[in-house]
Design a protein around this ligand. Structure first.
Ligand SMILES: Nc1ncnc2c1ncn2[C@@H]1O[C@H](COP(=O)(O)OP(=O)(O)O)[C@@H](O)[C@H]1O
Ligand SMILES: [Mg+2]
Length: 321
């Protein structure tokens, strides 16, 4: 099936979810610590990038669309840094609340000689207080009619709760916009979702046990029995993806990756391209093919990467047109 690339200029998505700060601390190892049998990393540089739901927004922008972020950070130095970085990169963080007393989610990688030595996480997974989600709900309600699709980017760090997700499902139905969910098993069943994009592990969490690719038909049937979703887009790592549409069977989409360098963040690229496709009125299968092509591009790059319009055009075999 040949898919033409939509023009996503002016297409606006609402991204609701858990914000994170990704930190990469680089250094050199010259000796072993006298205190414990561990290397001593002498820091030479530090890089910070907005991650989590903000990485979905970054992917939307790389593909030519616009994204409004809704979520929270803490009133600490990392939250401040996160908001500064958003502003510097021109991403719209006007829907992000700074919550007093909350810890900003930070994932710090300590890297020496191109190898991760350790990852250090700071986070507070507690659900945000009622008055915070009242304000998040108001932000979503106000923005939704002006957006082509809603993406929920759920890392289970406290922004999404079952009660909030129930309200989100209702708002989405009223606004009649496409609703894409990058899920976590504990928040099943995401009422009102157009399409949910579990990876193998998340899908196993929904299903109750791990499964083989040949069993996907049963997994999909079980999920459709227990939800009101239109579709499930299973992301299957090196096997690509499988699109299951309610009452329409399931189709495998083999990966388009030519070479695999780093799969970090591929799932964020998938939801970004999928939601942009749906926002521009493409049917689910076409949106999934766009997402698969975009994912194939980013896994060929180092680190948490994004796919540009030109790269997606080339991946779709429309280079130069
Ligand atoms: N090792 C890989 N080889 C080829 N393609 C991959 C690989 N890992 C991921 N992809 C592509 O990226 C998509 C999302 O990756 P996956 O690891 O399944 O999801 P997530 O990042 O959400 O865990 C896959 O559906 C596939 O298209
Ligand atoms: Mg995913």
């Amino acid at each position: 099936m040949r898919v033409t690339l939509p023009d996503w200029k002016g297409t606006r998505l609402l991204i609701l979810g858990d914000m994170m700060l990704d930190r990469f601390v680089q250094g050199a190892v010259r000796r072993i610590s006298p205190e414990a049998p561990i290397p001593v990393v002498e820091v030479t540089s530090e890089k910070r990038v907005p991650g989590g739901a903000a990485n979905v927004a970054n992917n939307v922008r790389a593909l030519g669309g616009e994204a409004l972020l809704v979520g929270v950070v803490g009133d600490d130095r990392y939250g401040e840094s996160f908001l500064d970085l958003l502003e510097q990169s021109g991403l719209d963080g006007s829907g992000i609340l700074t919550v007093p007393g909350r810890t900003t989610t930070v994932k710090s990688r300590i890297i020496a000689q191109h190898q991760q030595v350790v990852r250090v996480d700071r986070e507070n997974r507690e659900p945000v207080a009622r008055e915070v989600w009242d304000r998040l709900e108001a932000a979503v309600r106000e923005a939704l009619p002006h957006c082509g699709a809603l993406v929920v980017s759920d890392y289970a760090k406290g922004v999404l709760t079952p009660a909030f997700l129930a309200v989100v499902g209702k708002m989405v139905r009223e606004a009649k916009v496409a609703y894409v969910v990058d899920p976590k098993p504990i928040h099943f069943p995401y009422p009102g979702a157009t399409v949910v994009t579990p990876n193998r592990q998340e899908a196993a969490g929904f299903y109750g046990r791990p499964f083989a690719t040949v069993e996907l038909v049963h997994v999909a049937a079980d999920l459709f029995d227990r939800t009101d979703w239109d579709a499930v887009l299973f992301t299957l790592g090196d096997e690509g993806m499988a699109l299951a549409r309610r009452d329409e069977g399931i189709e495998l989409l083999p990966t388009k990756a030519r070479e695999v360098y780093d799969v970090t963040g591929a799932g964020d690229t998938v939801v970004a391209a999928l939601a942009l496709g749906l926002a521009s009125g493409r049917p689910l299968m076409e949106a999934a093919l766009l997402a698969n092509a975009a994912a194939g591009v980013v896994v060929g790059k180092a680190g948490t990467a994004t796919c540009s319009v030109a790269e997606l055009r080339e991946a779709l075999g429309q280079g130069g047109s």
